[in-house]
Design a protein around this ligand. Structure first.
Ligand SMILES: Nc1ncnc2c1ncn2[C@@H]1O[C@H](COP(=O)(O)OP(=O)(O)OP(=O)(O)O)[C@@H](O)[C@H]1O
Ligand SMILES: [Mg+2]
Length: 330
């Protein structure tokens, strides 16, 4: 079903790369998803999952073997320039900048390529030069600025023409902490205030948790999960606790505790740490009962551990691997 508020529809896209020896690589293996206008979508997955290939297909740098991409309803191969007019992209390794042009010339040149008179965009160009602290480098050629500055320039080039969809392949890679936060704020601003759509790939789960509303997780060219972050957090949430005890435990207590699934025990000379991931709260009381066997077991603290998206992401990938193994066995 095609929903009317989708600005991007990726349908049944397949891309195989032929290799000299052996089977072709199924880089993208029948992927479909949609993105709504004004949404920030994270395209996630381990190395080699097919993220960059998908991004390149969306901005029609490579042609899929089959499947379609509709940009605001326009087929990106049949009406390439019309569809591309709505997209700007920041590709891996800042390939959207010219190293022999200066910082300012890059911004002007790519604006002109999109059909703008650079003079019309002077305000925007000045804004992004300032925003990314590139003022004292504006007349330097791009090959002479630092790697992080190149990345900032690549992002500025993608932002400056106000295109409806901004695609970013690992935008915060190699950036310092301050710049990473600035880019997150910028992406939130263009999505929430200007209604532009942001699609990004990243391995930084802090970035995902901070700005993505929804994620599409791919592994080996296939989608293995797709949902709003908050739903995935709820779905995969296991409660996690850390107990700190003042003394060592008796052998009997240790044996009983170690029989509990998802529990790890760390004994030092004069203290014990227990980490527990709970799927139901009954286990929590079971731990308390075991500690209670000895009257003088003193619980120093019990802390609820914070669950983060990184852990959930790892769980999703782990479960997908298990499923693949089961299929292979079955
Ligand atoms: N030009 C190419 N020729 C042959 N195989 C390729 C080519 N580009 C990518 N591949 C293969 O396609 C698969 C998907 O690669 P892709 O670059 O899309 O992964 P990715 O998810 O972006 O990974 P990463 O997180 O490392 O950037 C990998 O197995 C890769 O080796
Ligand atoms: Mg990649």
């Amino acid at each position: 079903m095609v929903s009317s508020d989708s600005i991007l529809q990726v349908a049944n896209v397949i891309k195989n790369y032929s290799v000299r020896k052996g089977e072709p690589i199924k880089a993208v293996d029948n992927i479909s998803f949609e993105v709504k206008k004004g949404e920030i979508l994270g395209l996630l997955g381990p190395n080699g999952a097919g993220k960059t290939t998908t991004v390149k297909i969306i901005c029609s740098l490579i042609r899929p073997d089959s499947g379609t991409i509709l940009v605001d309803g326009i087929d990106n191969f049949q009406h390439r320039s019309k569809a591309l007019g709505k997209i700007s992209a920041v590709l891996e390794g800042n390939r959207n900048i010219y190293w022999r042009l200066t910082v300012r010339e890059n911004l002007e040149f790519f604006a002109a390529l999109k059909g703008y008179n650079p003079k019309e965009l002077k305000k925007e160009i000045d804004y992004y030069i300032d925003f990314f602290d590139l003022k004292d480098k504006e007349h330097e050629t791009a090959n002479k600025i630092s790697r992080g500055m190149k990345q900032k320039l690549a992002i500025a080039v993608a932002m400056v023409t106000n295109s409806e969809i901004v695609l970013l392949d690992e935008p915060t890679l190699g950036l310092d902490v301050k710049a990473s936060y600035e880019i997150r704020d910028l992406l939130k601003k263009i999505a929430y205030e200007e209604g532009r759509t942001v699609i990004l790939t990243t391995h930084d789960m802090n970035v995902v948790q901070d700005i993505c509303e929804r994620v599409v997780i791919i592994d080996k060219g296939r989608i293995i999960a797709e949902d709003r972050i908050e739903n995935l957090m709820r779905l995969f949430q296991v409660k996690s606790y850390k107990f700190i005890l003042k003394d060592r435990l008796t052998d009997e207590q240790q044996n009983q505790l170690l029989a509990i699934p998802h529990l790890t025990l760390l004994e030092t000379e004069d203290a014990t740490e227990i980490e527990l991931n709970l799927e139901n709260s009954q286990t929590f009381y079971q731990v308390i009962d075991i500690l209670r066997i000895e009257e003088d077991t003193v619980i120093e603290s019990i802390d609820r551990q914070e669950i983060n998206f990184e852990k959930i992401f790892m769980d999703i990938l782990g479960r997908s691997d298990e499923d693949a193994k089961d299929l292979a066995v079955g």
